[in-house]
Write a protein of this length. Sequence first.
Length: 98
Amino acid sequence: MLSGKQKRYLRKKAHHIKPIFQVGKAGVNPELIQQIGEALEARELIKVSVLQNCPEDKSEAADAISRQADADVVQVIGSTIILYKESQENKTIDLPSA
């Protein structure tokens, strides 16, 4: 679980990042979760865009992705979800202490 201070830090780092995944009419599915998990291991911090034709609400999609990919939701803003998961092998982000 991330503290408020850590979330602010991650929001600042994510500001310039472009979304690399889109959740569309297929919704949150196992293939998407697997790809997001791999991207989180490589990058630690990613953005996911939720399209208008997505069957789930953006907050429901964020919860489902974070639960299944074992990641933390940093922020849901507009139709964009910011996710963070500490990498086991490619650790690049040094979070401030809680």
